[in-house]
Design a protein around this ligand. Structure first.
Ligand SMILES: [Zn+2]
Length: 249
């Protein structure tokens, strides 16, 4: 991956692209799971749509470096396809790459949404493990606010609202799962883990709106490449979104 790109841009891009190559004929998974003795391996690369340096493919001199390294100008690809788009800039024009990036983000969202109706306790068990917190409860209580009101107040896009609406269909199943869990404090620890991550993302990374939602989504699904696990992450996120006073009132 290029070194000049701020870490937060890398993360935002990863959240939206599902960590897969954006080329529709490829869509290869770009994170290889950790093993017992090693951490995960990232095999993807971040490519610039409009080139990074004057000699790079699709370079635009009228752009600032901040614009060049913003997530709007970045696309995640496997190594082979990163090389291909830079070797063939007449085929892979700025317009073509923007369209590929947009289509890929839509595909990731739709593939996740399709799995929402099929999630089971098995996937919920996986994702809640990522979210659980062993830290003590904060003193403030959780107040239920309509998700629709929260969406408006948090500046989320209609696409994100659609994802939330999909997740709402499974909130009852998440509630059931939490109620049947042997540890009676499980639900509270889940909420607390979520609140801590929300505060970390907002305060350390200074992000809001859709980016914050995707950050939490990535956290809730443990960066999984499996669409069913991602769908379970979405359901748990929407459950917590309803149950916690996390997004601004
Ligand atoms: Zn590829």
């Amino acid at each position: 991956m290029s070194t000049n790109i701020p870490d937060i841009q890398k993360k935002i891009l990863g959240w939206r692209c599902g960590n897969r190559c954006a080329l529709p004929e490829c869509r290869k998974e770009l994170i290889i799971d950790r093993t017992e003795s090693d951490c995960e391996s990232i095999t993807g690369e971040i490519a610039h749509i409009k080139g990074e340096k004057p000699y790079s493919a699709r370079y635009d001199p009228n752009m600032t470096d901040t614009e060049r390294n913003s997530h709007q100008n970045l696309i995640i690809l496997c190594r082979d396809h990163h090389k291909m788009i830079d070797d063939q800039p007449n085929t892979f024009t700025v317009e073509k790459l923007c369209e590929i990036k947009k289509q890929h983000e839509v595909w990731i969202k739709e593939s996740t949404a399709k799995q929402v109706i099929d999630i089971t306790f098995a996937e919920l068990n996986i994702v809640t493990k990522y979210l659980i917190s062993n830290q003590p409860q904060p003193s403030n209580s959780f107040i239920i606010i309509s998700p629709r009101d929260k969406i408006k107040k948090n500046g989320l896009s209609s696409e994100t609202e659609r994802l939330i609406t999909m997740g709402i269909t499974q909130v009852r199943q998440v509630t059931d799962f939490i109620d049947k869990f042997p540890d009676i404090e499980f639900g509270d620890r889940l909420k607390q883990g979520f609140v801590l991550e929300y505060e970390r993302l907002r305060n350390e990374n200074q992000i809001a709106g859709d980016d914050l939602f995707y950050g939490l989504f990535d956290f809730a699904s443990g960066k999984s490449n499996d669409f069913k696990v991602r769908a379970a992450g979405l359901a748990v996120l929407v459950y917590l979104f309803e149950a916690c006073e996390v997004f601004e009132k």
